[in-house]
Write a protein that binds this ligand. Structure first.
Ligand SMILES: [Zn+2]
Ligand SMILES: [Zn+2]
Length: 294
């Protein structure tokens, strides 16, 4: 007869890497002391590995669908305004096929790391759980994600421009005159080092799942607009003293390489001296051109 308390021990786990991983995973999920042998352990659920892969696959498919649909919509719109084209003498569309193929490959990293974030939240595996989204916490969470993601993106991007990592990042810089199709065209390692932000946010903070999804939609929309090659967003919001950026900001990063690294705000570039020196004047010029064209 087995002693009481040992009945729940996972005698059937047996050796093998697969079972070792499941054993530790089961202990972690129990949130108990992993060295307390008397604590009952939940049985590992073999269906959870396919569940993880399913979430990764859904994330990948949703990302690609968003990329294709948002790009086609933005493209149909901007084509009606050739006077708003930022780089008037270069044709980025010659690379469209290559950019789309690279996006299909590179976005596997988004599928994996954003999918991991969804899996963590779905299963309550974050260190501090997951908050419910309320009217009171929606804005602070979204603003917090904007500030922290911008900081993460700026320094990841600076790292990608060092001699050790530029060989990965240059995949994205093959588009000098950017188009909507360049927006997700990254080497998988470049994309992974950006999108791991989402996995860490889900694991280390109680960010509500809806806030994380909303922020990811904002991130993708921002990328599509930032690579559309046409200026529509230049305004007082996108120059000093306000911190936002217009489409020209990232467009000039592609044509000038060593300036304008950030994602949402201009303050890291201003602080570190990497903003293009006449950026604010460029915004003013676009505003004046917009007023002339009515
Ligand atoms: Zn770059
Ligand atoms: Zn870019």
């Amino acid at each position: 007869m087995q002693e009481a308390g040992k009945a729940a021990q996972p005698a059937s786990y047996g050796p093998g890497l697969h079972n070792v991983i499941l054993t530790f995973y089961g202990r972690y999920r129990s949130r108990g002391d992993p060295f307390d042998r008397d604590q009952p352990e939940p049985m590992p659920n073999l269906y959870e590995i396919p569940e993880f892969l399913l979430i990764v696959a859904i994330t990948y498919i949703a990302t690609i669908a968003f990329y294709l649909v948002s790009s086609l919509l933005v493209l149909a719109f901007v084509k009606r305004f050739p006077e708003r084209r930022i780089q008037k003498t270069r044709d980025g569309f010659k690379r469209a096929g290559k950019d789309i193929r690279q996006s299909l490959k590179g976005q596997t990293s988004t599928g994996l790391f954003f999918g991991a974030a969804m899996y963590i939240q779905w299963n309550g595996l974050g260190l501090f759980g997951t908050d419910d989204l309320t009217w009171w916490n929606a804005v602070p969470w979204f603003a917090g994600l904007m500030v922290f993601y911008d900081t993460w993106f700026y320094w990841q991007h600076r790292l990608m421009h060092t001699k050790w990592f530029f060989r990965f990042h240059q995949v994205h810089h093959r588009s000098v005159a950017v188009t909507v199709w360049s927006s997700e065209s990254f080497h998988w390692l470049d994309d992974a080092t950006t999108k791991v932000f989402y996995t860490l946010a889900a694991f280390l903070t109680p960010v509500p799942m809806a806030a994380l999804i909303a922020f990811r939609i904002f991130d993708m929309s921002k990328s599509t607009l930032g690579h559309c090659g046409h200026e529509f967003t230049a305004s007082f919001l996108t120059r000093l003293p306000l911190p936002f950026m217009c489409t020209t900001f990232h467009d000039r990063h592609h044509s000038h390489f060593r300036v304008n690294f950030a994602h949402t705000f201009t303050f890291w570039d201003r602080l570190c001296g990497t903003i293009e020196t006449d950026y604010d004047q460029q915004v003013i010029d676009w505003e004046a051109q917009g007023k002339q064209q009515g």
